[in-house]
Design a protein. Structure first.
Lengths: 306, 212
């Protein structure tokens, strides 16, 4: 397939299926609680509802307040073009694109936090401070996991690192390091997407919020943009995690896409299970756990360096 | 995933990291018991199913996996403590030191003049790092029970070294399991201190005297 077709397939998979993962997580949590839960397609209905609403903006805000949701919506599709989806190769690939990948998310985080600070309210500032602190602590983990992959072969580009040579690496002595990297990337996924045990996405108490408090002031279409962007961010970071797993390469792109989607649904079920069985960590313990995950990824790197 | 021995040794190192970062005493003891059980498995996978290896494995499982943790859990229940205070240097520096010492163990083991067999590649680093972790726990924790758990971990590290030698010197390792007796002495010391504090005397004759 040529590049344009690959770009279109990637964008279609991301834009169409990202809210479905949120629905799967909600259904899993409801199953554990003995309820039926909201319908699987509820996030799509929510987005449609929010799109039809009007907006009210505070007079204390400026253009930065609008830049946050726009960045949250626009950046995950850009980032997904650098990443292979399962055994579907990445549409755009060049040397060093993993740095661009990481810092695209850094840019979106910066603009969201700036939009939160722009409102001038103290709760949003508190949430922004917490979010930035936890993201500082998750960046080394991702970098070290990527270093493990880089050490195991291939040029420093995401498409080459997560390519078809991975299943054979799992059977060699580097398999343990790859398993550790997957665990660390799962911790990063939970922390970056504000899931339990780092943040409760269903809390209604502002003092306990980290991510939701930053988006308290948005409403209508901008809130829809933020929700959609968050769902896409979950899917992109989940795709990064899934690419490290030993997925078997089938010959055809359609089957590869199906395997990828099945893997993403399984990942969403796993996130739902973790959310239902664990309690949220005390706020002072969260940096300790994140640093522990970094040290685990450093250990995985030490194992590969010998 | 090369072989079972490597997976067991790497799980032992992961358990070290967990104990360094945990503040819950019951969890630390359970996980140290699991580490002892893993070491029992290690002596079986390293030496095959010989008679001597099975005796060693049963001994390790009995002492490290069952008896000592039961003793420690009973002490915790009687003394009614379940949480650890912050270590002397704090949790994050302790974890950093643990990771640093593990990396140093890996680097150091590469420079030792060993006879290279296939199994020897991960044994020395994991034994060294377990011993370092045990020493770190002994020196940085405030509560006596956690220091005893640190001593247990140190002793697990010595056991890993002993498994390497078990074919050459048969009864050396059994003598090493006697180190577990020392743990029993520690626990008795803790309990006696507690009794002394409660009743302000260790003389059992006074216990049977009725108060006026």
């Amino acid at each position: 397939m040529d590049t344009t077709a690959r770009v279109l397939v990637h964008l279609f998979l991301l834009l169409a299926f990202a809210p479905l993962l949120q629905g799967v997580i909600v259904k899993t949590k409801a199953f554990f609680a003995g309820r039926l839960g909201a319908p699987l397609l509820q996030p799509y209905y929510d987005l449609a509802k929010l799109w039809r609403k009007g907006c009210v903006f505070s007079r204390a805000t400026s253009w930065i307040f609008h830049a946050g949701p726009v960045a949250g919506l626009a950046i995950p599709p850009l980032a997904c073009l650098l990443l292979p989806f399962g055994r579907l190769p990445a549409p755009i690939s060049f040397e060093g694109d993993m740095i661009l990948f990481l810092y695209l998310f850094g840019l979106s985080r910066f603009l969201v936090v700036a939009a939160a600070l722009d409102t001038g309210s103290s709760f949003e500032g508190m949430g922004g401070a917490r979010e930035v602190t936890f993201s500082c602590l998750t960046e080394p983990t991702v970098l070290f996991c990527l270093l493990v992959l880089a050490r195991l072969g291939g040029e420093p580009s995401l498409g080459a690192l997560l390519g078809a040579h991975l299943p054979s690496l799992w059977h060699s002595s580097a398999g343990f390091s790859l398993a550790l990297s997957m665990v660390c990337l799962f911790v990063v996924l939970l922390a970056e997407n504000s899931r339990i045990p780092f943040d409760d996405p269903t809390t209604h108490l502002e003092l306990t919020m980290i991510h939701e408090v930053m988006v308290l002031d948005h409403g209508g279409p901008e809130l829809g943009m933020i929700l959609y962007g968050a769902a896409m961010k979950l899917m992109v970071l989940g795709a990064l995690l899934l690419d490290v797993a030993p997925l078997p390469p089938t010959g055809q792109p359609a089957l590869d896409a199906l395997v990828f989607l099945a893997g993403m649904v399984a990942l969403a079920v796993l996130v739902g299970i973790v959310e239902s069985t664990l309690a949220r960590l005390r706020l002072t313990r969260v940096p300790q756990v994140l640093i522990g995950a970094s040290l685990l990824s450093i250990f995985a790197l030490v194992l590969v360096l010998r | 995933m090369a072989n079972v021995t490597d997976i067991v040794l790497l799980s032992v190192i992961l358990i070290n990291f967990y104990i360094l970062g945990s503040s819950r005493l019951v969890a630390c003891i359970k996980v140290a018991a699991a580490q002892g059980a893993l070491l029992a498995l290690l002596s079986l996978t390293m030496n095959g199913l010989t008679w001597h290896a099975m005796v060693l494995a049963t001994e390790a499982l009995l002492f490290k996996g069952i008896c000592i943790p039961w003793l420690l859990r009973r002490t915790i229940r009687e003394m009614r403590i379940h949480r650890e205070l912050d270590p002397i240097i704090g949790y994050v520096p302790t974890q950093f030191l643990g990771a640093l010492l593990t990396s140093c163990a890996f680097l150091f083991a590469d420079h030792l003049p060993l006879s290279t067999t296939q199994h020897g590649v991960l044994f020395i680093p994991s034994a060294l790092s377990t011993m370092f972790t045990g020493c770190l726990l002994l020196t940085t924790r405030r509560k006596a029970i956690t220091q005893v758990v640190g001593y247990l971990v140190l002793e697990n590290g010595i056991f890993i070294f002993g498994v390497l030698l078990s074919q050459a010197m048969p009864f050396m390792v059994e003598a090493g399991v006697l180190l577990d007796l020392l743990v029993g002495v520690f626990v008795m010391g803790i309990v006696m201190k507690q009794i002394g504090r409660e009743f302000s005397s260790l003389n059992t004759r006074q216990l049977s005297a009725l108060k006026e």
